[in-house]
Design a binder for this molecule. Structure first.
Ligand code: CU
Length: 145
């Protein structure tokens, strides 16, 4: 990717979805259930790839947490992974009981109504910055409560 394309991706990241045809990746449905302690929190989101080339989510960072790790759930056991594929014309879905982000060493306990800023880095596309809202501890995205 050229420097100009990276700059475009960065500029677009702040305004959420869509815009230029350069932006192949977009993030939606992000939320963090309010955690019970300040030690650890989970986060969920969906990354949509409009492009015809697969990409890879290679790292997630946040100013609110010392460390953000990526986990997949396999037969009930969770396992840390170093990257996740974002398929061409497809989605990478993080959801309760499946893939999830894990926030460790939180600076303070996130409360419902807060927003957590995340930076997502990809193997091919430029980085995306997103605002993840903190929802209630029992939030269910399919009902919105
Ligand atoms: Cu986990």
């Amino acid at each position: 990717m050229t420097g100009a394309a990276v700059a475009t991706a960065l500029a677009l990241a702040g305004c959420g979805s869509s815009g230029s045809s350069d932006a192949q990746l977009s993030v939606g449905a992000s939320y963090m259930p309010q955690p019970v302690s300040a030690d650890m929190a989970a986060g969920f989101l969906t990354i949509t790839n409009k492009g015809g080339t697969k990409d890879e989510l290679t790292s997630v960072t946040s100013d609110s947490a010392g460390e953000v790790t990526m986990h997949e759930t396999d037969g009930g056991a969770m396992e840390e992974v170093n990257s996740f594929e974002v398929p061409a014309h497809g989605q990478l879905v993080f959801k309760s009981g499946g893939n999830h982000l894990m926030f460790e060493n939180l600076k303070h306990r996130p409360e419902q109504g807060d927003t957590i800023t995340l930076k997502l880095k990809f193997a091919k596309s430029g980085p995306l910055t997103i605002e993840m809202p903190v929802k209630s501890a029992t939030y269910n995205p399919s009902t919105g409560h």
